[in-house]
Design a protein around this ligand. Structure first.
Ligand code: UT7
Length: 331
């Protein structure tokens, strides 16, 4: 049995913050942000936690699949900005959507959250342990951004998506292959300093602004360029696909220069690379499901298409998934 994505949807909060909004408040410019990252604007959620985003995406995803919430067997939430450290945001989403028969859990793999969760969901389905998984993946990065730090605050946005994973009716379609990697030596370069059990919150950690994203941008950049390009190329090669066979590269949206390097390594032209970083910035676990949902809604992906999904992020964690699209065109 092979698992597939049978329905999907996304949600991005309405409120838009463009680069000029930052330039009026901190020492940055629209030009710097655009040329170094590709970002023009991002969206921030004003009220509520990440479950607000994921619930909206989940409800729309189930509507598209044409089933009720009580038919969901398992909910996985991929996020590094859960509503609370506990209980799992999966339980909060379960209550909000009324998925009374579902169990579930949260998974934290930062920018690779969606890929790790999609592989987990596929294997749960393929083993027969569950009939289906509602995978909700996204982040409210504005909750952990230091808006006085120009090196990180301009990079991220809020948003996410939901995908329904179940057995593929056609064995040739669905999640074909995956490569997932991890290197814990990345921790010093990208992390949140305080708030966990190693450094619980105190007046001092708050005063020192330790509850925000800390990133050594250039160091992460160098590893990301190599890591994302390597796995994207490897998954194509080991499945004996050429750049002609791949319909879309759907990359994590952290930096347009990392995306370009990955596409170049795969020999893909720009028209086969999904990019929306200009509108949303880096939504961490949200980037790939938002991209997939926009491709679907735009009628740009068709049944039988080969898609390479790839990411690189905190941990470090990185990877690629080869997906053969199984959903008929949106009507
Ligand atoms: O999604 C999770 C994984 N994360 C990533 O993949 C992100 C990887 N890293 C990056 O995308 C890039 O490293 C950044 C976009 C974060 C930074 O770009 P960069 O080209 O690596 O710039 P840099 O950090 O080397 O900084 C260059 C200069 C520095 O000034 P000096 O030292 O040359 O005088 C920075 O202080 O740019 C300065 N700078 C800024 N200037 C204006 C840093 N942030 C800003 C800013 N506006 N917002």
């Amino acid at each position: 049995m092979r698992a597939t994505i049978s329905a999907l949807a996304h949600y991005v909060p309405e409120d838009v913050y463009d680069n000029h909004w930052f330039a009026e408040r901190i020492d940055t410019t629209d030009e710097w942000i655009r040329t170094r990252t590709g970002i023009k604007e991002r969206h921030f959620l004003k009220e509520g936690g990440v479950s607000e985003i994921l619930t909206k995406a989940a409800i729309k995803c189930l509507e598209r699949r044409g089933i009720g919430p009580e038919e969901v067997d398992c909910i996985i939430v991929a996020s590094v900005t859960p509503d609370r450290i506990f209980p799992a945001t999966a339980a909060i989403v379960q209550r909000k959507i009324g998925a009374v028969n579902a169990w579930g859990f949260d998974l934290a793999a930062a920018c690779s959250g969606f890929l790790n969760a999609l592989v987990t969901a596929a294997k749960l389905v393929e083993s027969g342990a569950v009939r289906n998984v509602l995978l909700c993946s996204g982040d409210k990065m504005s909750a952990i951004l230091d808006f006085t730090d120009r090196a990180t605050s301009v990079l991220f946005g809020d948003g996410g998506g939901a995908v329904f994973v179940e057995p593929s009716a056609d064995e040739s379609l669905g999640i074909v292959d995956f490569i997932l990697r991890m290197d814990g030596n990345g921790e010093p370069h990208l992390h949140q300093k305080a708030g966990g059990s190693m450094r619980p919150p105190t007046a001092e950690t708050v005063a020192n602004r330790e509850h925000f994203v800390y990133q050594e941008g250039q160091t992460v950049f160098k590893s990301a360029v190599i890591g994302m390009a390597d796995v994207s190329y490897e998954i194509m090669e080991r499945n004996k696909l050429t750049s002609d066979d791949v319909a879309w590269l759907v990359p994590h949206q952290a930096n347009l220069r990392i995306i370009d390097a990955t596409a170049n390594r795969m020999g893909l032209s720009a028209d086969k690379v999904m990019v929306n970083i200009d509108r949303y910035g880096n939504t961490t676990a949200g980037t790939i499901p938002i991209c997939l949902s926009e491709l679907y809604e735009g009628g740009k992906v068709h049944k039988g298409d080969y898609l390479v999904l790839s990411s690189f992020g905190a941990g470090y964690t990185w990877g690629a998934i080869l997906l053969r699209w199984s959903i008929p065109d949106i009507s």
